[in-house]
Design a protein around this ligand. Structure first.
Ligand SMILES: NC(=O)c1ccc[n+]([C@@H]2O[C@H](COP(=O)([O-])OP(=O)(O)OC[C@H]3O[C@@H](n4cnc5c(N)ncnc54)[C@H](OP(=O)(O)O)[C@@H]3O)[C@@H](O)[C@H]2O)c1
Length: 285
């Protein structure tokens, strides 16, 4: 499996995103906690050593399930979490970026994951919940940098951010990863991704399979048929090939899908398939 250094830990580029383990709408506990734990254990047993999560999944339930399934954690496991949002009583995604809320979120993550220090914490910008929007991150990032100096956080990343916010963030503290929406059909971050690669910063696309709207394209299905793979596997293989700093965190609540996703490391995309897949992104822009 190919690897990349995240912070100062080398992780397999095929990781796992835990958001799908919460209840419907990423709210409440999983319908089947045993099945959720089975997915996590299968992930680690099959070489995943990078899990993406947040305490606002559930809220709290996803981290508690991770702890129950995997604690004490394998030495090589890197759990990346994110702060900056909270859930309303109706499940709404709300900003939570005050010093008090950020500090509380770090402590909630530590307690629910059963850790003394969080390896990587992404600050999730919330100027718009739906995508990157300009606005200063100086105040919340300074709070997070302070929590890092206190030893509660080892490395800092950013999520749902613009290139200007990444540049601003890098002036405040070391940024080890950026987590934004990106996939075959959603390529607004092409230039940012390449710039991060030049600076040895990981890029972790969320919604790599389209998230709540799974990727659908006749070109994608054609390539999948030709290569005897599923469309989702092809979408992941394209991301793996896109740049060495891309770390994959596809989300699934199914062990079968997990295995399919992890098998992508062996999938080679020939040049004509890559050309057909590239056209999907260009047509979508
Ligand atoms: N920073 C942020 O703002 C942010 C936002 C969203 C997500 N994230 C992170 O990014 C991770 C990935 O995003 P995501 O889980 O929302 O979306 P995703 O990985 O693009 O897609 C997940 C969906 O694809 C399905 N799926 C997974 N593997 C499949 C396969 N092999 N075949 C068919 N369907 C498959 C899943 O259903 P099944 O459960 O049935 O497999 C689920 O419905 C999350 O888990 C989370 O950690 C971060």
């Amino acid at each position: 499996m190919s690897t990349y250094v995240l912070g100062n830990r080398r992780v397999n580029r095929l990781g796992y995103g835990a958001m799908q383990l919460a209840g419907p709408g990423v709210f409440g506990p999983p319908e089947n906690p045993q099945a959720a734990m089975a997915v996590l254990r299968a992930a680690v047993a099959n070489g995943v050593n990078h899990i993406d999560t947040s305490d606002f999944y559930g809220p709290h339930h996803t981290n508690q399930i991770i702890r129950k399934a995997l604690h004490p954690y394998p030495d090589d496991l890197v759990i990346v979490t994110k702060i900056g949002a909270r859930r309303g009583t109706d499940g709404a995604w709300l900003p939570a970026l005050s010093a008090q809320e950020l500090t509380q979120a770090v402590h909630d993550n530590l307690r629910n994951l059963g850790l003394d220090v969080l390896e990587v914490v992404n600050l999730r910008a919330m100027f718009s919940v739906h995508g990157p929007a300009e606005g200063s991150l100086e105040a919340p990032l300074s709070v997070l940098a302070d929590l890092q100096r206190k030893g509660l956080v080892r490395h800092i990343g950013l999520s749902n951010v613009t290139p200007a916010q990444v540049a601003q963030g890098r002036r405040i503290c070391a940024i080890v990863c950026v987590q934004n929406q990106y996939n075959l059909a959603h390529r607004m971050d092409d230039a940012l991704l390449d710039d991060l690669a030049r600076n040895n910063i990981a890029y972790t696309p969320f919604f790599p399979l389209g998230g709540f709207n799974p990727l659908q394209s006749s070109a994608l299905s054609d390539v999948a048929r030709q290569l005897d793979a599923t469309p989702m596997q092809i979408a992941l293989a394209w991301l793996l090939r896109r740049s060495p700093n891309v770390l994959l965190i596809p989300g699934t609540s199914s062990v079968v899908h997990l295995r399919e996703n992890l098998a992508v490391g062996k999938l080679e995309l020939p040049a004509d398939a890559v050309a057909a897949l590239e056209r999907i992104g260009h047509e979508a822009c």
